[in-house]
Design a protein around this ligand. Structure first.
Ligand code: CO
Length: 196
C-alpha cells in the first residue's frame, strides 16, 4: 500500500529528530558526501542500504547496467557536480552479478530502445569474445561479462575530461570497480580501480 510508505516516512523522520533535534536542519544546509556511486537501477541494489551510508553520505547515479555513456548529459552532469562542487574523494562503479541489463544485451533478442543503451555491453563482450566463449556455463559467462563491463566503465570514467582535469590539478580522486552478489548480499572489490 502506498500509504504505508508515507506512514513509514513519518515514523522515520520522527525517530531521526528524536535522536538528533538538528538532524534535518544540518542536512538541509549542506551535503558533503565523500562518495559518488554509479550503480544499476535494479531495485535489489540500493546504494545506501548495502553500504550502511546515511543520507548526505553518498551522491548516487543509477541507470540500467551502470553504464558510463560518453555522450550522456545526465551522468556527465552528475560526475561534474560530484567532482567539482561536492569534491568527492571516491567514485564507485558498483554493478552486480546476474544483471538483467547485461543479460538483455547478450540474449540475442530485440528489446527496443534499451538495445541502444546497452550497446557498450555488447562492445565489451566483443572485445573479450575469446575468453568469454571458453566459459561453458551460461550464468558464469554472464557474471564474467558483468565484471568486465564494470572494469570498462571504470576505464571510461578515468578517460573523461572531468576526471582527467581533476587529476591534472592534483586532486585526490580514486575510482573503484565493485560487484555486488544478489545471492549473498556481498560486495567484491574487482581491484580494477584507477587513480591519478
Ligand atoms: Co542490473
Amino acid at each position: 500500500m502506498l500509504s504505508d510508505l508515507l506512514q513509514h516516512n513519518m515514523r522515520w523522520a520522527t525517530q531521526k529528530r528524536q535522536a538528533d533535534p538538528n538532524y534535518f536542519e544540518r542536512l538541509a544546509a549542506l551535503q558533503q558526501p565523500e562518495y559518488l556511486w554509479i550503480g544499476c537501477s535494479d531495485s535489489r541494489v540500493p546504494a545506501n542500504v548495502i553500504t550502511g551510508l546515511e543520507p548526505g553520505e553518498v551522491f548516487v547515479h543509477r541507470n540500467v547496467a551502470n553504464l558510463v555513456h560518453r555522450g550522456d548529459l545526465n551522468i556527465l552532469s552528475v560526475l561534474e557536480f560530484a567532482v567539482e562542487t561536492l569534491q568527492v574523494k571516491h567514485i564507485i562503479v558498483c554493478g552486480h552479478y546476474n544483471c538483467g541489463g547485461v543479460r538483455a544485451a547478450m540474449d540475442g533478442h530485440q528489446h527496443g530502445l534499451i538495445d541502444h543503451w546497452l550497446q557498450p555491453v555488447r562492445d565489451t563482450a566483443d572485445e573479450h569474445r575469446d575468453a568469454l566463449e571458453k566459459i561453458i556455463d551460461g550464468d558464469r559467462r554472464l557474471n564474467r561479462l558483468c565484471e568486465l563491463s564494470i572494469k570498462a566503465q571504470v576505464d571510461g570514467l578515468a578517460r573523461t575530461p572531468i576526471v582527467q582535469s581533476a587529476w591534472k590539478r592534483g586532486r585526490s580522486l580514486n575510482i573503484h570497480g565493485w560487484v555486488y552478489g544478489l545471492s549473498d548480499g556481498l560486495i567484491r572489490d574487482l581491484e580494477c580501480g584507477a587513480c591519478a
